[in-house]
Unconditional design. Structure first.
Length: 468
């Protein structure tokens, strides 16, 4: 009789429902709506699984600068009922990951990290979840750069080793034989996720992150694998439905849900966010914006200018990821704004570089991508992109000019000001020794803005893009 029941059960259909997020970057203000979405789905689907593809933190000083850095995010994720997250590169920022692990009511899954005993980091490479009798196997991976670590300051990952994500996933194919569903929580970027799907069709689903790529419901399957990803800061979340028959996934559907425009909010979570937000320090006014900053570059060029205005440097370099907001409204600029722009606690660093070295730093760091090309102060950077590239991102060459458009002297030695993240990478490109000025870059920016009645960077652009 028992074997007849087993055969009947095997022939039945089943569904796995997942709520997926990525790159939340401490967007705690969206959690009243996110919790309402999760609660509504859980009412319909009691076995709902809630997963994050990493970068849960860094971007909101209310969370980042809490007594235990990022505790507000953990408390709110606990309230939503997250089941698991993988690690993103920014989850290593500020070195407070170990205490957060103990405060989390969800699992941290990352297969390509090998922490030392002293690091205090305890994660699992995989985990199997039970979704109403359906076995759901989950693998996690984090992005690794050319230096063999995630994109964070090297000091944040001391005592931790990492392996190549793609090679690591290959070791866990057996998980697909033991489970009904196999999922990869991936913080490696959309293009890398496509490569992963092409290589490992035994994955049913990749929940992606890192590149903040907003996908849509009509995203095609890649080698039979469904890939999902959203823009950062909880602009949207994904409701994923996997339908199984005879123990195999037969159909896959992704629904993308707007979060901040969602009509319902959970009052308890609203109260939690209000409590975490009560910090007078963040309301301090440091200056005024005459007009809005409409794009990230305008903010980045202001940061470049602050490095030169508050030091005796000749040229400044800021990595494109060194600024964490895309716009800033006109009016008061507060400490919350400053620390949202620059949340990394970076030090201001000085280097002596030749013009030729500066050119090498810019071209090497950009890795052939206009997006990754650092922004500069004190000079003009001309980027030549491939006119055949539909995205106009493929970088062919970089030229430098003086501010008045004259030829840049590549033989001269310059005093270059940058942040400690960039200074930790530059010596791997050229032989130099960075020197700390013993002041945080956020303080440099604060002092610079405070020297003016108002600041206005509308239309300021020291990055000229030419197609060839």
């Amino acid at each position: 009789m028992s074997w007849m029941i087993a055969i009947a059960a095997y022939g039945q259909k089943g569904e796995v429902h997942i709520l997926a997020v990525n790159d939340m970057h401490a967007a705690i203000e969206a959690f009243p709506q996110l919790t309402a979405i999760a609660d509504s789905l859980r009412t319909l689907y009691p076995s709902l699984l809630v997963f994050s593809a990493g970068d849960n933190r860094t971007g909101n000083p209310i969370s980042d600068m809490y007594r235990v850095s990022s505790y507000p995010m953990i408390a709110l994720m606990n309230q939503v009922g997250f089941d698991a997250t993988t690690l993103g590169n920014h989850d290593f920022d500020v070195k407070s990951l170990p205490p957060l692990l103990g405060l989390s009511h969800f699992s941290y899954i990352c297969a390509n990290i090998y922490p030392s005993e002293e690091s205090g980091i305890r994660v699992m490479p995989t985990r199997v979840f039970d979704a109403d009798g359906i076995k759901v196997g989950v693998i996690g991976v984090v992005q690794v750069n050319q230096q063999g670590r995630p994109d964070t300051h090297p000091d944040n990952v001391q005592g931790i080793k990492f392996s190549d994500p793609q090679k690591t996933v290959a070791k866990y194919k057996d998980l697909s034989h033991k489970c009904d569903v196999t999922i990869l929580l991936s913080h490696i970027g959309y293009e890398a996720d496509i490569e992963m799907a092409e290589k490992y069709p035994w994955l049913d689903l990749i929940i992606g992150g890192h590149t903040h790529t907003q996908l849509t419901a009509d995203e095609p399957l890649h080698n039979g694998v469904l890939i999902t990803q959203n823009k950062n800061k909880l602009a949207k979340v994904t409701h994923i439905t996997l339908t199984l028959k005879n123990g195999r996934v037969k159909s896959k559907k992704a629904e993308y849900i707007d979060v901040k425009s969602h009509s319902k909010k959970v009052s308890l979570v609203e109260a939690m966010v209000a409590h975490f937000s009560e910090n007078p320090y963040f309301k301090q006014v440091v200056g005024h914006a005459e007009v809005p900053f409409k794009c990230r570059d305008e903010i980045t060029f202001m940061m470049c200018d602050s490095f030169l205005g508050e030091t005796d440097g000749d040229i400044s370099i800021v990595n494109n990821g060194g600024v964490r907001i895309d716009s800033l409204q006109a009016g008061e600029i507060t400490m919350k704004d400053i620390l949202s722009i620059d949340p990394f606690y970076n030090e201001t660093m000085e280097l002596e570089l030749s013009g030729e070295d500066i050119l090498k730093v810019l071209t090497t760091y950009s890795r052939g991508s206009l997006y990754h090309l650092p922004r500069v102060g004190g000079i003009i950077c001309e980027a030549i992109v491939d006119k055949e590239d539909p995205d106009k991102d493929r970088l062919k060459n970089v030229r430098l000019k003086t501010l008045d458009g004259q030829e840049f002297d590549i033989h001269k030695t310059y005093k270059v000001i940058t942040n400690s993240y960039m200074a930790s990478i530059i010596p791997s490109f050229i032989d130099c020794t960075p020197h700390s000025l013993n002041i945080e870059t956020s303080k440099i920016l604060t002092n610079f803005i405070g020297r003016f009645e108002t600041v206005n960077y509308q239309g300021v652009n020291r990055l000229l893009v030419t197609e060839e």
